[in-house]
Ligand binder design. Structure first.
Ligand code: SF4
Ligand code: SF4
Length: 739
């Protein structure tokens, strides 16, 4: 028995070490295929990065939001990292059954720790196995977050851990019996029942059982190592190693998820400035616009793909996936990973393309597959997948290993839009309108001022009524929807009136305001975004803008987080933040009751992308009469309205409409008011509510309003002739196709 155990264990170990070392080198070479990242990113502030990594691992901060799964995974992860000495122990036991580790062996705290962590690892992995079994992909619909995950790999990894954990406990029981532990001993506080069970066996039998258990432990460990080494794309196993660098190199050193701003478009690791990109005529390589081949992603992108554990948390939160679209962020990342690993042999130095193509067994060679293309074109990512994303950020927010899905999706869109001109044709109208008129509706500049004639106080315009913004408290950035879309205009007027009532001095840009470029950028038209952005930044600088308030979270996000990339640094707040401040200061006092049950919808670009969750709720809480009830999915897990990522301007042909899904969730509470704080959300939600009213599925009295309108209703007493704020709005022309 002993000899067989030694021979098998050592042979497997030799093979495992050789293959694992080769795999480690392969992964490093694979990552080097990616593009460089801009200087100063990903490695800035190493101290903060290390602290973030320590916090995310030790505290399991991103996993623990998932309750019992997070705790179970914590024990499994800590067990994996700290049970290494039990492997050494098992090797020793192959040669001498009662062998103990030098120095530390027999040291009570160490022995107790091993007992505890081994038991908790077994319990933890058993919990994870049960959770997986309770959520099998065979569940109807798309309810299982494991749908599409590689099942055999997950089961393999989980059962390997279970077997190893059990083998450690059995070995300890045998050790106790061999060392004649004949009463309760704290060093065996978990395995004492096993010690007692083995007590009475002969020394020879105990020794043979030790050899067998050590063989099982080492054999299973090495089989795992060999399997993992032969499958370098096995994220469910490799994340144990790759998650550490992936977290350390995440976008933000302080640990914030990769939300808010999009990253600038880069070529060869340098941000592209369209004003100068073609200046260098001697440049050896053409600039790369967006991503058209998997190797155009940065090395961090390739690391992201390889780190995916296939846990499906992103998928379970994705509005596209949850409404029957073909996009799942998990499946997208898995497809990119599988393609990247399969293509790597063609890309590595010295690859013999012809020979490699022959091994493709009649299939289209991996390097010839288009990155974005239909199934008939053998594409890696289907266009319907690419264009289903609303850039809501739910995937990024939930990913336990900090994968940055949105940046990768937009990078692929950039190439499709700027080089291939391949994007949903409806969005083309929006782009043309932006190019010609500076707003998505294609309306004349002067229309931006029309709302000012519908309020009974003067709204000062920069350059006309005020020379310098030094004379006012805030520049109010109205935004295209706020100025031109009838439903959003109600928010604009309500907010302006509240500012006026509170005595806040403000001015607007009027016709000098152009679209911030949010939709253009998220559609992938970086050129147009830069053009609009530079125009706005220079207008704002010329006006001397310092403090800006915006009613649109998309404008708020773009000016606050993206204009610094174009040299525009401004202090920007959202109108709900300012209103909360004015209420807190007593400059606005809600007094008139607004009766009814209200539910608040978090706009993605206010909530998840910018972490503004409290101010709108505080305002609602201050309005007398309102009873607030949260929808099931709220705050970090809020569900998109379907308008982000330029989806506002595209048809929604596949699956259930995202806005209908969100409104159904709201209707389950039977509210009187659905409130939000974004003009896009307002349009999407009210469209859905109106449709449901027509179908008799929503009560006629149900209102969809911005928080500012609610506050205004409460701060002033409506006059007898005043129209209620939920009167049906005339349809704007042209109507965004997503609404
Ligand atoms: S950003 Fe939102 S819509 Fe896009 S993949 Fe992630 S979860 Fe899905
Ligand atoms: S991308 Fe992140 S959240 Fe999604 S399956 Fe992979 S590891 Fe899980």
């Amino acid at each position: 028995m002993q000899l067989a155990a030694i021979v098998i264990s050592l042979t497997l170990t030799a093979v495992a070490v050789a293959l694992f070392s080769r795999a480690a080198v392969q992964i490093v070479r694979f990552l080097r295929l990616g593009q460089p990242v801009p200087e100063g990113t990903r490695t800035d502030d190493p101290k903060a990065r290390s602290a973030t990594l320590a916090k995310e691992f030790v505290g399991h901060t991103r996993m623990n939001r998932w309750g019992v799964v997070g705790v179970a995974h914590w024990f499994v992860a800590v067990g994996f990292l700290t049970l290494g000495l039990t492997i050494v122990q098992a090797y020793g036991q192959l040669f001498q059954a009662d062998w103990v580790l030098p120095v530390i062996g027999g040291f009570l705290p160490y022995e107790m720790y091993i007992e505890f962590i081994a038991a908790m690892t077994v319990l933890g992995i058993a919990t994870l196995i049960v959770i997986r079994l309770l959520s099998l992909p065979s569940r109807p619909g798309r309810k299982s977050r494991f749908t599409g995950s590689t099942a055999w790999q997950a089961y393999f990894v989980e059962y390997v851990i279970l077997i190893i954990g059990l083998a450690i406990l059995v070995l300890r029981g045998l050790e106790g019996a061999l060392h004649h532990v004949d009463g309760y001993d704290p060093a065996y506080f978990v395995t004492y029942p096993l010690v007692a069970a083995f007590d009475g066996l002969s020394a020879g039998t105990l020794q043979n059982l030790v050899y067998l258990a050590a063989l099982i432990k080492l054999g299973t460990t090495m089989t795992w190592a060999i399997t993992v080494a032969l499958n370098t794309d096995m994220g469910v196993a490799w994340h144990r190693f790759l998650a550490f660098p992936n977290i350390w190199f995440k976008r933000n050193a302080d640990g914030a998820p990769a939300l808010g701003a999009l990253l600038p478009m880069t070529s060869g690791g340098k941000p592209i400035d369209f004003e100068t990109v073609f200046d260098d005529e001697d440049a050896e390589e053409e600039p790369q616009f967006g991503v058209s081949q998997v190797e155009h992603f940065s090395w961090k992108g390739l690391l992201d793909f390889s780190t995916c554990t296939e846990c499906g948390r992103c998928q379970s939160q994705c509005p596209a996936w949850n409404t029957g679209k073909p996009l799942s962020p998990k499946l997208l990342v898995m497809s990119l990973r599988d393609h990247a690993h399969a293509k790597a042999p063609y890309l590595l130095p010295g690859a013999d393309e012809a020979a490699l193509a022959e091994t493709a067994d009649g299939a289209v060679p991996e390097h010839q597959r288009p990155l974005v293309g239909t199934a008939e074109q053998h594409g890696v990512i289907d266009p319907d997948v690419l264009w289903s994303c609303t850039t809501c950020g739910a995937c990024v927010e939930q990913c336990p290993v900090d994968i940055e899905h949105v940046d990768h999706i937009v990078d692929m869109r950039r190439y499709q839009v700027m080089i291939e001109s391949a994007f949903p044709s409806e969005a083309g109208t929006m782009l043309k309108n932006l190019e010609r008129k500076g707003n998505p509706w294609g309306l004349a500049k002067k229309k931006r001022l029309e709302w000012t004639k519908e309020v009974d106080f003067e709204v000062p315009v920069v350059g006309k009524d005020v020379e310098s913004l030094a004379d006012v408290d805030y520049l109010y950035w109205v935004g295209c929807a706020g100025a031109l879309e009838d439903r959003a205009k109600k928010t604009t007027k309500a907010f302006a009136e509240l500012l006026h009532m509170a005595g806040v001095r403000f001015a607007i840009m009027g016709g000098d305001e152009a679209c911030t470029g949010d939709s253009a950028r998220r559609l992938g038209n970086e050129f147009l975004f830069q053009q609009l952005g530079e125009q706005n930044v220079s207008a704002l600088k010329e006006a001397g803008a310092k403090k800006i308030v915006a009613t649109c979270p998309h404008c708020f996000n773009t000016i606050a987080n993206e204009y610094p990339q174009l040299g525009g640094e401004f202090e920007v707040i959202h109108h709900t933040q300012l209103l909360q401040h004015l209420v807190d200061e007593g400059r606005l006092t809600p007094v008139t009751p607004v009766e009814g049950l209200i539910t608040y919808h978090d706009p993605c670009y206010l909530g998840r992308h910018n972490k503004v969750y409290t101010p709108p709720r505080e305002i609602i809480g201050r309005v007398p009469g309102l009873r607030n009830e949260e929808m099931h999915r709220h705050k970090e897990r809020g569900f998109c309205c379907g308008a982000g990522g330029a989806r506002m301007w595209m048809e929604e042909r596949i699956g259930k409409r995202v806005n209908d899904e969100r409104v159904d969730e709201a209707l389950a509470l039977d509210p009187d008011i659905v409130s939000t704080a974004c003009p896009f959300c307002l349009v999407m939600l009210s469209d859905s509510v109106n449709g449901k009213k027509n179908d008799g599925k929503a009560k006629e009295e149900l209102r969809v309003v911005d928080v500012a309108q609610l506050l205004l209703d409460s701060v002033r007493t409506p006059g007898p002739d005043e129209a209620p704020s939920d009167e049906p709005a005339p349809e704007p022309t042209p109507e965004p196709t997503g609404s």
